[in-house]
Unconditional design. Structure first.
Length: 256
C-alpha cells in the first residue's frame, strides 16, 4: 500500500478525464457533467476522494451498484458519502430513495441524510465492516458486544416495521448492514411504504437460520433449539406486536 497522501479532486476538475467517467458513469458526457458539477456546488461539496477497493478504471470508489456509484466527498460535515446516480439507472432521480431514507432517519435508522439533488444524495459516511465480515470474527468478540450489536440490528428492523417502511433487501443482509461503533443499515433504494413489512423476519432468518454464519452464531449464543426461533419468527410475522417481538428476542437470547 502506498503512503502517498490521497489527492482531493476539486469539483471543477471532475469535468476532466478520468474523473468524468465516475461523474457520468458509464458514459462520459460533457454537457451533463457541467450540470452535475453545478448540483455538487449546490450541495456545497468541496471535492472528491477517489478511494476504495472497487475500481472504475484506475479510480477507487466506495461502492458501485445498479443505481449509483458511491464516493467519498469532502463537505462541511467532514468526509461524507456521495451517491452519484448512474446514467443508465432505472430511475430518473435520487428523490424517492432520499424520501425513504429520511423516513428511516426519523426513527433513528440509516446514515444521516445531508442533502439531495436530481443526481446526487449526500449523507453521513459509515466506516466499518460488512455484517458478514464482522460475524466471521464472532469467536473473538466479547459476548456482550455480540448481543448488543445483534439486538441493535433487530431493534432498527422493528422500528422500521412499526413505521411501515420495508427496506426490501434484508434477505441479503451482508450488503446492507455496516458494523462500526454500532450497526448501521444502508441503501434504501428498494425501500417502500406500499408492501407488507418484513424487516425483522428477514434479518432474523439471515442471521440465525439461513445465512452463512447462522450455525456458528447460534453456537456462540448457546442456542440449541432452531425450531424455537422458527416458531417465534412465525408468531412475530403474524402478530407484529411488542409481545411477539420480545418473545422472538428471548428465543435468540438477546433479552436481559
Amino acid at each position: 500500500m502506498s503512503d502517498t497522501p490521497l489527492k482531493l479532486v476539486k469539483i471543477d476538475e471532475l469535468i476532466n478525464e478520468p474523473y468524468v467517467r465516475v461523474l457520468c458513469y458509464p458514459e462520459p458526457d460533457l454537457k451533463i457533467s457541467r450540470k452535475r458539477i453545478e448540483e455538487l456546488k449546490n450541495l456545497e461539496v468541496k471535492g472528491i476522494l477517489f478511494e476504495g477497493r472497487t475500481k472504475i478504471g484506475r479510480l477507487g470508489v466506495a461502492g458501485k451498484g445498479c443505481v449509483s456509484i458511491v464516493v467519498k466527498a469532502v463537505t462541511e460535515f467532514g468526509v461524507s458519502a456521495l451517491k452519484i446516480r448512474r446514467m443508465d439507472a432505472n430511475r430518473d432521480s435520487m428523490a424517492r430513495e432520499a424520501e425513504m431514507q429520511l423516513m428511516a432517519n426519523s426513527v433513528g435508522v440509516g446514515p444521516e441524510l445531508f442533502g439531495v439533488t436530481e443526481n446526487f444524495s449526500l449523507m453521513e459516511f459509515i466506516d466499518g465492516y460488512s455484517i458478514l465480515d464482522w460475524l466471521k470474527s464472532i469467536e473473538k468478540q466479547d459476548i456482550r458486544r455480540i448481543r448488543t450489536v445483534l439486538r441493535d440490528i433487530l431493534d432498527q428492523c422493528y422500528a422500521l416495521d412499526k413505521l411501515g417502511l420495508d427496506h426490501g433487501e434484508l434477505s441479503n443482509l451482508k450488503k446492507h448492514i455496516i458494523v462500526s461503533e454500532k450497526p448501521v443499515m444502508i441503501d434504501f433504494e428498494s425501500a417502500s411504504m406500499n408492501r407488507r413489512v418484513a424487516n425483522v423476519t428477514k434479518a432474523t432468518q439471515y442471521l440465525f437460520i439461513g445465512g452463512p454464519m447462522a450455525k456458528r452464531l447460534r453456537g456462540v449464543l448457546g442456542i440449541k433449539d432452531e425450531k424455537s426461533i422458527i416458531d417465534s419468527i412465525k408468531n412475530y410475522k403474524e402478530k407484529k406486536d411488542e409481545a411477539a417481538y420480545l418473545k422472538l428476542l428471548s428465543s435468540l437470547r438477546l433479552v436481559g
